[in-house]
Ligand binder design. Sequence first.
Ligand code: FAD
Length: 522
Amino acid sequence: MPIDLSNSECPLDRDLPSSLMRATVDQAPVAISITDLKANILYVNAAFSEITGYAPQECIGRNESMLSDRRTPPEVYQELWGCITRQQPWRGRLLNRHRDGRRYLADLTVAPMLNEAGETTHFIGMHRDVTEEYLLQQQVRQQTLFLETVVASIPVSAVLIDENGRIVLDNLMYKALASDLKVEEPALLFLKLLREESGEDWNDFWHREKAFRNLELRFDPGGGRPSRWFSCAGQWFRHEEGSVDGFFSGSEKGYLLLTVDDITQQKKQQEQYRLRGLQALMAEEEKLESLKETLFAAIHQIQGPLNLIGAAKNILDRRGDDAGNVALRDLLQQVMAAGEASICTLEKCIPHSDNNAFKPVNLNQVLHDAITLLTERLLASGIVVEWVPTPVLPSLKGSENRLRSLFKQLIENAIDAMAHSRRRELRILTWTRDQLIHITIEDTGPGIPAGLRTQVFEPFFTTKASLGRQHVGMGLAVAHEIVNQHNGLIRIDPDYQEGCRIHMQFEIRQTQPERPAKVSHG
Ligand code: FAD
């Protein structure tokens, strides 16, 4: 607004002595100058002299243009003059030259002063030296620009996340990854996966701002798309914020630079080697398993008659010691001792695998292994496989080998069951709910009748016609034992009508592998 000199209605004007008004202007901490209509200086205050370096006697009578540095574009002055000649105040920034020759940035306001007739009689100029402020702003801008350039030129997906988990900067590779994975913010998903994979260590990474490197993550996008592998690294740094929020409390904030490298190709190669090794290992384990089954079957076969002999001896024991019985009882005793010795010998022959140590296991990975190991059989049997893993699956503490054998056994059962089915579909799902990992393996075979759903988990029970080497009826009994070892639950879903659906669940945070057997049969 122009300053109207005729306005004496203002209570301040009436009450305040003009000497006080004058002193206020003289001592105001802003450079104030009053000029005539051609910008010839008539008055300057103390701050004007301090900021420009000119004493009043050096500038009064001279034009304001004495302050002009020729680097300010003429359009800026034209705009200034355009405004004030229309009796509008003007505010802007221009480059001034100090008396000592140095340039400074002036934040200037020029306003017209009007008389009673509404005519401009003078101009008042007020300016501050904002050079330092500008340089600081520039510094912040430069830092941000530098950061953006660094993040943009990192040759892997990179994203800057603030301490509240908000993404503040990313690069093109990250954007490409987001569209590739069809996930809106993959960084948030990766942070979730990292938190779940790192357990307690995550507190150090996140709350103590500790760096991390080479943390590998597996991501299963689902929808028939192959698994992806990423190697993640995180580096924290602190950055001064350019906002007023931290005016009183300090505005330094922590930022995590997360880089994500797609290592799927390398992993695929490693995976091929691993699968070859696994195939050899599984073949070896199958031999051992088969030997175990044979020995169990032999023990079972001996145990039956031994039990009968034991029962017969008990009857004789109860009848008393007449002459005829003693010899027979001795004989039975000898037969029983010989039988028990044979069982003892057979039990000693049962092989034990050394590869069953408990460690964190990703069940998606193990299920995927089992499917891959059986790919040839599945293809040969014309079975369509639908593999629906949940993209984020926390690890379970368990024996990778035993769990792999478990899933392999269940898938083999499904393949056998669908041998005579017209529709041959295998559907494997994983998901988490209520701190539990759930897995279902569904087939479109004949299913298991309700009355047999408990028995199938008993040793040497089989519904398969042939009692050849492969069908001694230990498969589901062993599966049940493995699930128990992992504090899990296995059952046959009674509601599934298309064939057979085996449902398993495991506790996510379990640490104690040993617990009493727990089986539920629908
Ligand atoms: P000038 O010839 O002075 O002017 C450049 C352009 O301004 C011309 O093209 C013309 O269109 C316009 N112009 C100039 N005088 C008039 C006029 N009387 N009427 C209409 N248009 C006009 N400049 C600074 O560099 N630093 C300052 O701190 C500063 N403070 C000022 C404070 C006040 C109160 C006023 C009124 C002006 C101030 N100016 C300041 C502007 C200054 O008067 C000059 O216009 C400017 O410095 C450019 O000077 P010059 O010699 O390059 O060009």
